[in-house]
Design a protein. Structure first.
Lengths: 87, 376
């Protein structure tokens, strides 16, 4: 299982949890697994063309991911952040 | 009908509020914030049941969604499938909805139907009360779409399909307004569309009177005479009487020092000759604030042949209001009430058809939309 860090902006989807677990061999599959349990969460991170949204950041461990096709070995931590400054 | 208790659904850049009045529309109670921090472009109530509310929301970080309440705003659920374009095929433009801008309840004969307009321009429909949404190929995949929505065109918030209007006599007869192509008409329930912009100026294009390319800020299909359409365009105020197809620039009758630039036009629900505009400064670098810092609405009672200034109660000077296109509306009471929200977070009302104005709210975030409806 992949450990997933959920940012404050999305914790309402997960009953307030900041850390959950999900299964999948790619970021895309992990997000789809998350969406099955927390409906609607994926579309707020990824658009309809499967692109990570402009002000969302995804890291696999400490490595930034620019697309959801990135493969996962199975024991990493996936970190999702909202990254936007300004008012 | 008498004034009656009224509710104002207020969408802002930082969440939603509901103002509810007493039966005389004198005192107002404030409920909210709801969805604090969400960018609420439109917050509407379904006139067919007086109960269902939809919000078009996103945040700075998160993608766009639709929030639904079926109990008058007490509890909310998210749409299961918000408006989204189809996945792009090989070689096709990969469009993604940035935000839903306009929500339109369907025709009275279609109680579960809703329509939505988005940025970038896209038309979407729900047939289950807003739970799931699908793209409308008749517009989104129209062969002319790349020319109706040219790359680089749009507003500071992105190009918009900013409005949807339905003929109350015919669910298949629809109009849409866009910031990139002007007004379009469909007579087959959105299966096909044609431009409807004759004689409407686009002074930012080489051909100032093109077939399409105009920036239609707001259209009002008159509820008492659906053959009459008012338009506040980027380039002036217009009226079209169907079956005619040539718009008349009724803003030419506005005082020259005020001009006829603004974001919206509000018709009187019972009198097809009466409408209000909120003029803004469209000179020089387009400040889009009340001309001279003196807020006023202007009313026509002769379908645009003449206009009268209504400013009693507004600041007489140093009032630099901006009122966006969804933030000026009327109720259906007698006398009619008018309501507007400013980008400075103030809510103003007139209970006497524009004769006098008073502030009923302040210190809200930037107001994007105001919708008036009978209170429950």
């Amino acid at each position: 299982m992949i450990r997933v860090f959920i940012p404050t902006q999305l914790q309402s989807y997960c009953g307030g949890a900041s850390r959950v677990e999900a299964a999948g061999a790619t970021i895309d599959l992990v997000l789809r697994d998350l969406d099955r349990r927390y409906p609607g969460i994926r579309f707020r991170i990824v658009d309809e063309q499967d692109r990570i949204r402009r002000h969302m950041r995804i890291f696999v461990g400490r490595e930034p991911a620019s697309e959801v096709a990135v493969t996962l070995a199975g024991d990493e931590e996936l970190l999702i952040f909202g990254a936007l400054s300004g008012g | 009908m008498a004034a009656g208790a009224t509710q104002l659904l207020i969408g802002t850049r930082k969440g939603a509020w509901i103002y509810r009045s007493d039966a005389e529309r004198r005192s107002w109670a404030v409920e909210g914030p709801m969805h604090l921090g969400q960018i609420v472009n439109h917050f509407v109530i379904d006139p067919r049941d007086g109960q269902t509310m939809l919000i078009a929301a996103k945040t700075g970080h998160l993608g766009p969604t639709i929030l639904r309440s079926t109990d008058g705003g007490v509890t909310w659920l998210e749409a299961k499938r918000p408006p989204a374009f189809d996945k792009a095929g090989e070689g096709e433009a990969a469009r993604a909805v940035d935000h839903t801008f306009w929500l339109e309840p369907g025709h009275a004969s279609e109680p579960d139907v809703w329509w939505a307009g988005a940025s970038p321009p896209g038309l979407f429909m729900s047939e289950d009360g807003g739970v799931t949404w699908d793209g409308v190929a008749g517009f989104n995949d129209h062969p002319m779409y790349p020319r109706w929505v040219p790359a680089g065109a749009g507003t500071p918030d992105g190009p918009l399909l900013n409005q949807i209007a339905i003929d109350p006599r015919d669910a298949a007869h629809m109009y849409i307004a866009t910031s990139t192509g002007g007004v379009f008409e469909s007579r087959d329930r959105a299966a096909s569309w044609a431009p409807l912009n004759k004689n409407v100026e686009a002074n930012f294009l080489p051909d100032p009177y093109p077939e399409f390319g105009q920036d239609a800020h707001f259209i009002a299909v008159h509820p008492a005479d659906p053959d009459r359409i008012y338009q506040q365009n980027h380039c002036g105020i217009y009226r079209l009487d169907r079956p005619g197809e040539t718009w008349e620039r009724i803003g030419k009758a506005m005082p020259a020092e005020i001009g006829d630039i603004g974001f919206t036009i509000v018709p009187h629900h019972a009198d097809p000759d009466t409408a209000w505009v909120f003029p803004m400064d469209g000179t020089d670098v387009w400040p889009r604030t009340s001309p001279g810092g003196k807020p006023a609405v202007y009313r026509t009672r002769d379908a645009g042949a003449s206009w009268e200034r209504q400013d009693a109660g507004f600041p007489p000077e140093q009032g630099w209001f901006t009122v966006k296109r969804q933030a000026f509306c009327a109720d259906r009471a007698t006398p009619l009430g008018l309501y507007l929200g400013t980008t400075g977070g103030e809510v103003w009302m007139s209970g006497d058809e524009g004769g006098t104005w008073r502030a009923i709210g302040s210190h809200l975030p930037e107001i994007y939309s105001v919708v008036a409806a009978p209170a429950p």
